[in-house]
Design a protein around this ligand. Sequence first.
Ligand SMILES: NC(=O)CC[C@H](N)C(=O)O
Length: 233
Amino acid sequence: MKTGIVVFPGTNRERDMAIALHGVTGRKPEMLWHRDTALPDLDLIVLPGGFSYGDYLRCGAMAAHSPIMREVKAFAERGGHILGVCNGFQILTEAGLLPGALLRNGGMRFLSQDCYLRVETSETPFTRHWKKGDVFRAPLAHGDGNYACDAETLAELEGEGRVAFRYASAGGVVDASDRASNLNGSVNAIAGVISANNRICGMMPHPEDLVDPLMGGVDGKPLFDGLVEALVR
Ligand SMILES: NC(=O)CC[C@H](N)C(=O)O
């Protein structure tokens, strides 16, 4: 499986992502620079976390208009698979590749802590190694992770099973009004969503940071194992 990771000025999680992808695929990901105007042959593009362009204007707003994103959009139009984590999720919404927006966290503070996610569907290449209802731990580190969208979009996402992950308690209880579990105040406690064609996933927490016992756990590994199973040619 050939993977590529997009690096913008201010991206800071590309190495964590590269370690995770190298570990599951056995081959080094290609690092793609924001100014690149062509893509190599790839099965998966990852937009990693960080502070692209210093979060100027809005998180992800400038990155969404960088040269590489024209290629990423063309890749998406060809049916390519894309994963956006944290700033990557913000960039995907700013680029119009996923619906909704990531607003300032409900409590107005930058959050850096573990959270628990409940898997809402196993019918995607990103979640197929989990069962619906599984709960896993993931680190989270962001200032703007409060997922929001209009009522029509929300009904569509919920109705089409396109909510991938929700913030939950360690025991798996989802309560959007409970700030102890829905840390950033996201609508319906949404932590990750999937595109209509099931090939683009954006999520705020970082599964790439729990893929080896040496990291303190392997809770995030099923996401990468599922992608390998789905995408290996
Ligand atoms: N870890 C990240 O990708 C952070 C994303 C963004 N800079 C924010 O603070 O919301």
